[in-house]
Design a protein around this ligand. Structure first.
Ligand code: NAD
Length: 279
């Protein structure tokens, strides 16, 4: 029997815990803002921004969405980040990545301006280096979400020793930090990417498949085996052909309603971790 994981239900529980942690913070800490900057008009990013705002409000977190047109320049973004760094009313800063294509060469430089103590989603090189070295007290929200879901699937960090895990996608915000964390906990991790051919050579023999590519239907029924745990990070459409794969494996996350809502709750939990230190 397959377990189709309800990220929505699980996120509700996580959110309750976050709300409880938030409620006991000192008043001045509770007022701190979580700033999320969206540049351009990517539809999926807009939806995520709105979902974060709704969840933050339910918890009581002061959420500031900053929506900027794609026409802004690098210097505008740098000045904005510097201003937010100085603003003592701001506790956390993040960008909805990726920035529009014209920023490709300068994106990391802009993101790296976020003050280390306000880097709520591990976007800066400094925080990411800590994550890769296993020295950060938290992971990027998406990686936190995947780890929380694995725990629910019976493969949490204490049960990863010698587990064969295939991570598909090697971006700095999802694949890479996840693979590092899984390895740290003893999993046997293979990272696959665009040049991995054929992907099925790796997926079929894995115990856990985590796909984060943004390629709809990349994982087909013939690429999986019985007993596997499948975590689909892709959005807004999943990477996994859900109907083909679902009945062949033991645990699967749907899209929508899987990793996405859990990521939102994990981001709020990261924010509380950050601002607690200011209390
Ligand atoms: P990215 O474009 O930076 O990286 C994609 C990765 O996938 C690359 O490493 C690339 O080599 C790999 N890839 C692409 N096509 C492939 C293929 N055919 N075979 C094997 N590997 C392939 O993307 P990202 O920012 O890491 O995001 C990945 C996906 O996860 C996107 O769909 C994004 O929307 C989604 N995402 C979801 C959440 C969430 O909370 N659910 C959060 C962040 C990102």
């Amino acid at each position: 029997m397959v377990t189709v994981f309800s990220g929505k239900d699980f996120a509700k529980k996580l959110e309750q815990k976050v709300a409880q942690d938030f409620s006991v913070l000192p008043l001045e800490v509770k007022k701190l803002a979580l700033v999320d900057i969206l540049v351009g008009n990517d539809r999926a990013a807009q939806i995520y921004l709105d979902l974060k705002g709704l969840a933050a409000r339910r918890v009581g977190i002061n959420f500031w969405p900053v929506r900027l047109p794609g026409t802004v320049g690098k210097n505008d973004l740098l000045s904005l980040v510097e201003e937010l760094n100085r603003n003592q009313g701001v506790g956390g800063i993040m960008f909805q990545l990726s920035l529009p294509k014209k920023f490709k060469a300068v994106q990391q430089g802009i993101v790296d301006k976020i003050a280390f103590g306000k880097d709520v989603d591990c976007l800066t090189s400094r925080r990411l280096a800590q994550v890769m070295l296993g020295k950060s007290s938290f992971l990027p929200a998406t990686a936190e979400a995947v780890m929380a879901i694995l725990e629910q699937a019976g493969a949490g960090k204490n049960r990863l020793l010698r587990k064969k895990v295939v991570v598909i996608g090697r971006s700095d915000i999802v694949g890479r930090p996840l693979a590092a964390f899984l390895k740290k906990h003893g999993a046997l991790v293979t990272v696959c990417h665009r040049q991995t051919k054929p992907l099925s050579d790796y997926t079929q023999s894995a115990e856990i498949i985590i796909s984060a590519t943004g390629q709809p239907n990349l994982i087909r029924g013939g690429m999986v085996s019985s007993g596997q745990i499948i975590i689909d990070v892709g959005s807004p459409e999943g990477d996994v052909d859900f109907l083909e794969v679902k009945d062949r494996v033991s645990f699967i996350t749907p899209v929508p309603g899987g990793v996405g809502p859990v990521t939102v709750a994990c981001l709020l939990a990261n924010f509380i971790r950050l601002v607690k230190r200011l209390g």
